[in-house]
Design a protein around this ligand. Structure first.
Ligand code: NCD
Length: 337
């Protein structure tokens, strides 16, 4: 694909060469993300950061990624504070906001809403999550993390085994990550869910048709064995029509030090898109793993900035100019870990 001026709406638009290019650019963003250097390559550019659903990481890391390249961020959060609550259509909002921005990131609860918005936008739009449908930038940072973590253990994405755990029915991160992994070969997916929260059948069929092996189980301890990566997810309670139903599943599948040590290979990487639900009745990923060297959740969040910087530079076609307008930082920040 040609990144220049492109909307990023679905992982289906990528080929493997696009991923390689994006990850190569993401690697080159490290000195900026680590605050060793600053670039002004997007000086004067405006990001319209529109989040009509709760978000911490995605919203802030897209904003920081744009700031680190010298651009400005305009935020619209919450449907209530936007004219959408006065009955304005996505079409009108897109026409208006795209007149004020060079690029837009949008999150919205309705599947397909960001694509609809993009059709009316005069500038590129990145899907920051459209309901239970897709979350392409998360899938890219997850894949980037998997690649780095496995490389450090002399493993490849091709031929790997991954367990996905939790609410795979409503979780857009696992929908996008699975579909992105269609580009790779010979992966074993162990999908550990309550029967009612299984991965959509269309995605399972696509994985099988691409030659991957898919095991679906409700037995977490058996499912955890023999994986390179375990990817946990939260019960997406906001997607249930009957909120009480979510209570049935919350806390059913938990990973902690004892369960990990008993069932997982010693090298298994632990991932979660976050937020992890740390309330006592959920606690899907226990704090007793916080110091575990294979816990990659905070490396995932750090990698998110690199991948989002790479997306911005490629879409806005400044990748080769980032270093030209760079300088060393003048302040001192001690990063403790
Ligand atoms: C996820 C999301 O919003 O889909 N979070 C994120 O973007 N990192 C996962 C979730 O909310 O459970």
């Amino acid at each position: 694909m040609n990144f220049r001026g492109a909307h990023i709406l679905s992982v289906k638009q990528f080929e493997r060469a696009d991923i390689d290019r994006l990850f190569q650019v993401a690697d080159s963003m490290e000195p900026y993300a680590h605050r060793e250097r600053v670039s002004k390559v997007l000086d004067g550019a405006i990001l319209g950061n529109m989040f009509f659903e709760p978000s911490t990481r995605t919203r802030v890391s897209f904003g920081c990624a744009f700031n680190l390249l010298g651009g400005h961020v305009r935020e619209t959060t919450d449907l209530k504070s936007s004219s959408i609550s006065k009955g304005e259509s996505l079409y009108d909002t897109a026409r208006v906001i795209s007149g004020y921005s060079d690029i837009i990131v949008m999150r919205h609860p309705q599947p397909g809403s960001v694509s609809e918005f993009a059709k009316a936008s005069r500038v590129p739009v990145i899907n920051g999550g459209d309901g239970p449908n897709e979350h392409p930038s998360q899938a890219l940072l997850d894949l980037y993390t998997i690649k780095k973590e496995l490389h450090s253990k002399d493993r490849e994405i091709d031929g790997m085994s991954i367990a996905m755990v939790g609410d795979l029915k409503h979780g857009r991160t696992v929908h996008s990550l699975s579909q992105l992994l269609l580009l790779y070969k010979n992966i074993t997916f162990t999908l550990i869910t309550p029967n009612e929260l299984r991965m959509p059948v269309e995605i399972v069929s696509e994985l099988k048709a691409a030659g991957h092996q898919v095991i679906e189980t409700e037995d977490m301890e058996a499912g955890l064995m023999d994986n390179d990566t375990v990817y946990l997810t939260r019960i997406q309670e906001e997607r249930f029509t009957n909120k009480l139903e979510a209570d049935i599943y919350r806390g059913r599948f938990r990973l902690n030090q004892a369960i990990y040590t008993r069932n997982c290979q010693p090298n298994t990487v632990i991932m979660h898109p976050l937020p992890r639900d740390s309330r006592e009745d959920a606690n899907e990923l226990d704090n007793d793993l916080n110091q575990h060297p294979n816990l990659a959740i905070f490396r995932q969040t750090d990698n998110g900035v690199l991948v989002r910087m790479a997306l911005f530079t490629l879409i806005l076609d400044v990748t080769n100019k980032v270093d030209e307008s760079a300088k060393e930082v003048g302040w001192y920040t001690e990063r403790r870990f």
